[in-house]
Design a protein around this ligand. Structure first.
Ligand SMILES: [Zn+2]
Length: 173
């Protein structure tokens, strides 16, 4: 499958037409995602992207991603396969100033900048980065490693932008 043919979309057209595209990409080809991770298997990321526009003129993208990246357990340090299966929606905006809407609505969708040359695979990679935990761990480590309970409080935080997620990934290395 050649996902190069849909590497870029015009988001205005894509959402106006209510288009859908899908593809597969080699996991190891996502360099930003793979940074700091164990070697990835010869596996693919399957993705699809759907766009639509409301009668009120708002444009949205829905992205679905399935992948099985290998992460390193931060408790026993063994690599393990982590199953990613996510569906996420974002709102497309036209101006950078629209990204910084300060409404604190918990249900507000993440906003991203639309483009006539929107990089689909880069967007998929951002979403993939968000889909894996910052501190991956086995639910139960194999090999009888004594389980130290996490001291981190389990708080569901608002999703950070891919950029802060990246910064965090870098800090964690
Ligand atoms: Zn483990």
């Amino acid at each position: 499958m050649c996902s190069d043919s849909v590497r870029y979309i015009d988001t205005a057209e894509f959402t106006r037409l209510g288009s859908t595209i899908s593809g597969q990409a080699v996991l190891a080809g996502f360099a930003r995602f793979c940074e700091g991770l164990p070697p990835q298997p010869q596996d693919v990321v399957s993705w699809s992207l759907k766009g639509w526009r409301t009668t009120g003129g708002q444009s949205f993208l829905e992205v679905s991603i399935t992948a099985k990246p290998v992460l390193q357990c931060q408790r026993c340090l063994e690599p393990f396969e982590y199953e990613v299966s996510v569906v996420n929606r974002v709102e497309l905006v036209n101006r950078e100033s629209d990204l910084e809407d300060e409404d604190d609505d918990e249900n507000a969708l993440e906003r991203i900048l639309g483009s006539r040359r929107f990089d689909v695979l880069s967007f998929i990679e951002d979403e993939l980065i968000l889909a894996v935990p910052y501190v991956p761990r086995h639910e139960v480590c194999p090999g009888g490693v004594s389980l130290v309970q996490s001291e981190e409080p389990v708080v569901q935080e608002k999703r950070p932008s891919p950029f802060s997620a990246l910064a965090q990934l870098k800090q964690n290395r």
